[in-house]
Design a protein around this ligand. Structure first.
Ligand SMILES: Cc1cc2nc3c(=O)[nH]c(=O)nc-3n(C[C@H](O)[C@H](O)[C@H](O)COP(=O)(O)OP(=O)(O)OC[C@H]3O[C@@H](n4cnc5c(N)ncnc54)[C@H](O)[C@@H]3O)c2cc1C
Length: 405
């Protein structure tokens, strides 16, 4: 048993956990924080496997937490990147309709952007698309100047560095998987696979395991987290000139995914993806990865079957595309017809955590809940990396009010 008493323990060393720690430490340098992460490095899961895009806020339902926190969080993230020398570029992006039947959805995205207060978004013609991205073809598009790219792993590492700089008694412990909780007199004990820590309060930012951590800590929730793997291809060096910045399709508004897109990364490479394939292992990055507990958990939940029932056509399409380079290429060619098979090679994968409700709906908003002496981030899918500093403000506001430390 570690004898030190921490004021707040934060479970999960992704961008949401570290942004929360940073905001708390900035407001209250006197509080002693403990950050527990099960992996050997920070940002090992969603944060380190994402597209690295700073989202503008154009897609999200006006008034939703996603819309409000994306816009506020993006502004904060850009300031943070400037102040701390983090690689980023507000390069703007285009959303491109390849066919006329995509125009109503494109109009809806545009209207959302205007309602969400984005300035500078404008409709563009096929000629303007070609001026911005010479190899891209479309019948119409949107220019979104506020979108950009950033290195989220570097952001997470810098947040961690600042936390322990503000309070050298705060600690970041890697390689500690939190297993269960108990109480000792007035204090909480957090048990990991190799130690026990004493803490007054807890904040959970466990990403793909948010639901299990919440249940284990006695929070009653109906929903379950499901994982959607996203595979990327990369443009080979000889084809990189075909993409300047960010090219997105018009999204299918029935899904929380933005469609396979082209992204320039801060290190200069170009990624294409990700697709969205239901995965049988929450942190499984391979196409054949399987975990019995995760699979039984998913298949014993009615929400998963509702999801399959409502979206079987989409699901089968995504599975076929995951195993076929040619089908993946065909999707990419809708935006950039000049791409050919030698231009792309298999890249990395990521797994998104989505809190699925019993109706099988994955389009749920960010969700933060209270537990005993605790706060749980239950749903923080995209654009939560962009929004992390704003989500952290909400969590700190709740913690300040409820924890009374
Ligand atoms: C493929 C993909 C593309 C995306 N693209 C973008 C994008 O371009 N822009 C954007 O804004 N968002 C994007 N997102 C979403 C974004 O990455 C996530 O919303 C964000 O990273 C969530 O951060 P997090 O800290 O909540 O989760 P995570 O980064 O997953 O962190 C959770 C951490 O908790 C740890 N943990 C879990 N259980 C335990 C335990 N028991 N004990 C200790 N530690 C534990 C995990 O190891 C993990 O490190 C994308 C996501 C994916 C997967």
């Amino acid at each position: 048993m570690e004898t030190d008493l921490f004021d707040i323990s934060i479970i999960g060393g992704g961008i949401v956990g570290l942004a929360t720690a940073y905001k708390i430490q900035k407001s209250r340098p006197d509080l002693r924080l403990l950050i527990l992460e099960k992996e050997a490095v920070l940002a090992a899961h969603q944060t380190g496997h994402n597209s690295g895009v700073l989202h503008s806020g154009i897609y999200y339902t006006p008034g939703s937490l996603k819309a409000e926190n994306c816009i506020d969080g993006r502004r904060q993230m850009v300031d943070f990147a400037f102040e701390n020398g983090i690689d980023h570029d507000i390069c703007g992006k285009i959303i491109v309709a390849s066919q006329l039947d995509e125009l109503p959805a494109m109009e809806k995205v545009y209207a959302n952007g205007i309602k969400n207060g984005l300035t500078g978004v404008r409709k563009i013609s096929p000629e303007e698309i070609s001026e911005i991205e010479p190899f891209c073809k479309g019948v119409a598009g949107l220019w979104v100047p506020d979108a950009g790219i950033i290195d989220y792993v570097a952001v997470t590492q810098k947040l961690a560095e600042l936390v322990t700089k503000i309070n050298p008694y705060s600690e970041i412990r890697l390689g500690h998987a939190v297993k269960f909780f108990s109480k000792d007199a007035a204090q909480n004990l957090v048990h990991t696979d190799n130690a026990h820590f004493r803490t007054k309060k807890m904040i959970f930012c466990g990403g793909l395991f948010a639901d299990r951590l919440a249940r284990r800590q006695g929070v009653s929730i109906q929903e379950k987290v499901v994982g959607f793997r996203g595979d990327y291809y990369e443009l080979t060096e000889g084809a990189e000139h075909k993409i300047r910045n960010l090219i997105y399709p018009v999204p299918n508004l029935d899904f929380p995914f933005l469609g396979v897109h082209f992204t320039r990364m801060t290190d200069g490479g170009i990624e294409c993806g990700p697709n969205a394939v239901f995965t049988f292992q929450r942190e499984g990055y391979g196409k054949m990865d399987f975990n019995l507990e995760d699979t039984l958990d998913a298949l014993s939940y009615s929400g998963t079957w509702q999801l399959f029932k409502k979206n079987w056509r989409f699901g089968i399409g995504e599975y076929r595309r995951a195993f076929s380079k040619n089908l993946f290429l065909k999707t990419l060619q809708r935006l950039v017809p000049d791409l050919s098979e030698p231009d792309i090679c298999q890249g990395r994968s990521g797994v998104r955590a989505l809190l699925l409700n019993k109706r099988g709906d994955t389009r749920t908003d960010f969700r933060i809940a209270r537990g005993e002496d605790s706060i749980h981030v239950l749903n923080a899918p995209s654009p939560a990396a962009t929004a992390a500093l704003a989500i952290a403000d909400i969590i700190w506001k709740m913690a300040d009010k409820e924890f009374r430390l």
